[in-house]
Design a protein around this ligand. Structure first.
Ligand code: LM2
Ligand code: CA
Length: 472
């Protein structure tokens, strides 16, 4: 007998780890491999999030915003203009940072920091940083003098103009930001010391900001002093026909594979079609703080965003990084601030989800959305099982991971009513796109497999996923 059950994309009633919610927690211990970029979150807020949500939900690691002293201002991008390597920012103090790392480790979550090592500030007038250090464009007392910077002499004002010229990209200034001479031994050493200092606070890995703007060898030298096993995630934006490509950096660690998120804009990215780094080398993401603003990938205000997150977490390619940011009116705006001028503690919406209204400056908490949490659970359940039972019909598609899980994505504007072959054993299973199951049962609808077939009835722009380990 075949039964047809609508797969509901219902709002979950709770967030795992919070009071009133008793979804079975993952054993702390890096269950999924999935990370979350907590963009502009304060260290104190990250600490509570590790305990309350990230650990129980199965997040393996998180990425912080840059933790060092930065220029002052209310824009988020002040964090991408370092003034010194003191761990002192409007996101928190050194002590708060260290306490956060400890708390997150106790919750089973590794901490990676965003490392801005290509450049310092873009200021032409100089000033005083957040922690009180004074600086000029090419002069950071006690740290760098003019001789420590590239003065490329290749363009009129030493700014990068032409991405087809590798020397310009790596030795001229990105956005007028004073470009460190990362080829020089003592510059490499000082940058390595900064990263080691973070490591002494427990940091497990680094995003290397603007990696494309440093020679791969420079990054190798800077990171060579780190503990074996330190995770390195390099930001090398793929540009067609450019001389500098992500493949040149995989010897140092992983790279962000921008082709994944870009590919989501038009359908399903297909790494086997070429133009992608190998799966083990790739960090994949639906959006990051830059692409959220510049449109080069989907963003969380768009109709198929949840589908894109589901597709990314279900795929057998790369290490997913979930993005969690805040609502803004204009792209420069930073998050809400406390009365002392520092970034305010985070308050997630009561029931975070795609349809919840969020005021400007407030966190959206995409990493708490039911579909994201449910798919973390699904991903942990399927492990590295091979892709099976693939089915495609235009923007609708489905696939399984061995006999452990199955996912259906309806990216079309019409309901998807069909019957599909699945290797998941006959039975009735919770739809995990509705959220992780709770002690009272499925978070949303259920799906039945009978005779090796599953009947699906999915509204436009929705998805459903079930795992053999989560029967209804
Ligand atoms: C990155 N990766 O390689 C970051 O992901 C990206 O967010 C950074 O740009 C960039 N590289 C440099 O670290 C952001 C932001 C820019 C901002 C810079 C520096 O997207 O808009 O530039 O940080 O804060 C701002 C102004 C720009 C000005 C520059 C220097 O928007 O107009 O350039 O400061 O004063 C003259
Ligand atoms: Ca450079």
């Amino acid at each position: 007998m075949r039964r047809r059950l609508a797969a509901l994309v219902a709002a979950a009633t709770c967030v795992v780890g919070l009071t009133g919610c008793s979804s079975e927690p993952f054993a702390p211990g890096r269950a999924t491999g999935v990370g979350v970029q907590l963009f502009e979150w304060t260290w104190d807020s990250i600490a509570s999030e590790c305990t309350d949500v990230l650990g129980p939900a199965g997040y393996s690691w998180l990425l912080t915003s840059p933790p060092n002293e930065h220029i002052t201002g209310t824009q988020w991008w002040t964090h991408y203009q370092p003034v010194s390597y003191r761990i002192e920012s409007d996101l928190g103090t050194r002590e708060q940072f260290a306490a956060m790392v400890k708390t997150c480790h106790e919750a089973g979550v590794d901490v990676y920091a965003d490392a801005v090592v290509n450049h310092m500030t873009g200021s032409d007038t100089g000033g005083i940083g957040w922690a009180g250090s004074s600086y000029q464009h090419d002069d950071y007392p006690g740290i760098w003098t003019d001789a420590d910077f590239h003065h490329c002499g290749l363009t009129a004002d030493d700014d990068i103009e032409n991405y087809s010229d590798a020397a310009q990209v790596q030795t001229c200034e990105l956005l007028n930001l004073a470009d460190l001479d990362t080829g020089a031994d003592h510059v490499r050493q000082r940058l390595g010391e900064y990263l080691k200092d973070l490591q002494s606070l427990g940091v497990d890995g680094f995003r290397i900001d603007a990696a494309k703007h440093m020679a791969s060898d420079d990054i190798a030298a800077i990171t060579s002093v780190l503990k074996p096993g330190t995770v390195i995630m390099q930001e090398v934006i793929r540009g067609a026909g450019e001389p500098i490509q992500p493949e040149q950096y995989t010897g140092n660690g992983q790279v962000y594979e921008f082709a994944w998120g870009t590919g989501l804009l038009t359908g399903t990215p297909d790494p086997s079609s070429g133009g992608f780094v190998d799966s083990d080398d790739a960090i994949v993401f639906v959006e990051n703080h830059d692409t959220e603003r510049n449109g080069s990938t989907p963003n969380s205000t768009q109709i198929d965003y949840v589908l894109d997150v589901v597709a990314t977490l279900a795929a057998d390619y790369g290490t997913p990084q979930i993005f969690s940011g805040y609502r803004y009116a204009t792209t420069d705006d930073g998050p809400a601030r406390a009365s002392d001028g520092a970034v305010a503690l985070v308050e997630c919406p009561a029931d975070p989800g795609p349809r919840v209204e969020v005021a400007d400056g407030q966190m959206v908490c995409q990493h708490r959305w039911p579909a994201t949490l449910g798919m973390l659970r699904w991903r942990a359940a399927v492990g590295d099982a091979a892709v099976t039972d693939e089915w495609t019909q235009g923007l609708a598609r489905a696939f399984g991971r061995g006999d452990l899980g199955f996912v259906v994505l309806n990216g079309t504007a019409k309901s998807l009513v069909t019957t599909l072959t699945t290797s998941v054993p006959d039975g009735t299973y919770c739809d995990l796109v509705a959220g992780p199951p709770t002690s009272s049962g499925c978070a949303g609808g259920a799906v039945t497999v009978a005779g090796g077939m599953v009947a699906v009835d999915l509204p436009a722009h929705t998805a459903a996923a079930f795992a053999a380990s989560d029967p209804a």
